[in-house]
Structure formats: C-alpha cells, structure tokens
Design a protein around this ligand. Sequence first.
Ligand SMILES: [Mg+2]
Length: 311
Amino acid sequence: MNTQTSLSDRIRGCAAGAAVGDALGMPLEFGPRQPESELVREMETGRLPAGAFTDDTEMALALAESLLAHKPLDPDDLAQRFVAWYQSDPPDIGIHTASVLARIAQEEPWKEAVTAVQSTRPDSAGNGSVMRCWPVALAYYGQAQDQLVLQTLVAESRLQSRVTHPHAECQAGSAFVNVTIFHLLHGLPPAEAVARALVDAVVPNALRDVIEVAPTKSRDMLPNTGWVRHTLESAVWGLLTTSTFEEAVVAVVNLGKDADTAGTVVGALAGAAYGLSAIPQRWRDQVWGTWKGRHWLLANLISLADRLAST
Ligand SMILES: [Mg+2]
C-alpha cells in the first residue's frame, strides 16, 4: 500500500486537496449551514468566480515558496513574502493577518508587529495560520529518521504560525494538522493519524478535547467559525465521519461560516489520505487561482507539491 507511487499521489493530493477545498468553500463562506438535502457539490461563483481559491491557498503558496528558498524555514523571509502578497492588494485577507502585515510593511520587525497586534486581543486564536500550514508537511514528510523529521516538522509548523498567529492553540493547531498529514502520507488510517498527531504535536488539553470529541458530533453541533478550535473540529469531523475525499470536503464546506478555511484544512487532510487520484476530476479541472499575477491551475499545484517534497 505504501508504494512510492501512492506516496507521490498522496503528496500531490494534499496540495491539490487544499486548493480544491478552499475553492469549493469560497461561495459558502459567511453563509448559513446548508440544508442536508441541498448540499453544494459543485464549484459555484461567490465573491470570486467559480473554482477560484482564496487567501488560504495564496498564503500557503507564499509559505511554500519561502520553504523552497530556505530550509529550514526563515521567518524573516516568510514575513517578507506575506507582506509582498499583502501589498498586491489581494481580494481576500483576514483582519488579524492584515493588521500584522500592515505593521511589517512599515518596516517593523515581524516579532514586534505580531506581539503588538496580539496584545490588543490576547485571547484571539483565529484559523489564519492553520489554513496555510500544509506546505511544511510536504517539505518534511521524511523518508528516514522519522522521529527527527517529526520534531522538525512540529517546530517549523509552529514557527510559520508565530509570524502572524502566536497564540498557543494556533501554533499547536498548525503542528497538529501537519503531523496528521505526515502520518496520512505514510499510510496510517485517518483515525490513527489523528490520534498519533494529538500526541506527537503536543496539543493543549482544551484543543485536544475538542478534536477528540469532534467525530461524535452531528453537523448541527459544529459552529465552524474562524476560531481555530472550530476549524479543527470541523476538519477532523469531516475526515473521520466520511470515507472519500469528496464526501469529506462536501460535508465540511456545507457547514457555512468559515467554509473555505475549514474546506482547505479538510481538503489537505483528505487529499493526503486518499491521494490526488481520489479527487473528483471535475474539481481538478475547475480549480484555479491567481498568484503573483499568474493564472494557477492544478498542474502548478502538483508541480509545487513535487518540488516541496524533493527539497
Ligand atoms: Mg479564504
């Protein structure tokens, strides 16, 4: 089962799945939970044209390019790439992230900028760093010395969060998502990958409780707001209560509210679990985005995944 071919398919599936979940959730963002009999299964037009990925994937691409240029991750380089993206006036950006990047754009060092913004709302723990964290998992999926790779994966997942989201649950949430991806890429069944990641990523108790209980919940118990706890709850619920990529992503984006972000997290997880070949062809054909003025398609995401995995 764990052949080179299927590992490569899962690596590609993680990147493609993240963008597909983002694009599928885009028109449902800020909306209500869809009635169970009317689940959206097609890429529809919303604030952006049908199939477009949003800031979630754009920030992931910035992180991916930073990792391709600097490994281990250089947070100063990452901050500058986020700022360059911010200054390109993206149609979509989180309020907290914009506040941090605006200060860095004024030449404030990222550590001071993020500390100043977080101090205005110390309990703020949005999902803005969890939504973009998956490239770190692809850069550190490892082939040998897995324990060492895993430690580095946890440290770098936390570091990429700190550049904009230093809250303990944002850092731990990023590490949790990426360690789950790590175990999925290596062929563990989803429930086992989640259980192992809760231990390996050292997740604080309150967040751990939410994640552990998630698969027992019904869809009307999932608020799916921009709080990192809610995003991880929805994504783990989607991964563990379904058995295909399509069902996992459809279940989560139809929760509404922060649909694109929960969609991108479950998309990355389910893509790593089931592989690119399990992502419906119609979605693979439709997903697109704009990155640095260029039109990005599935082939670009696949190429990026391959490059990250071979760094
Ligand atoms: Mg978004």
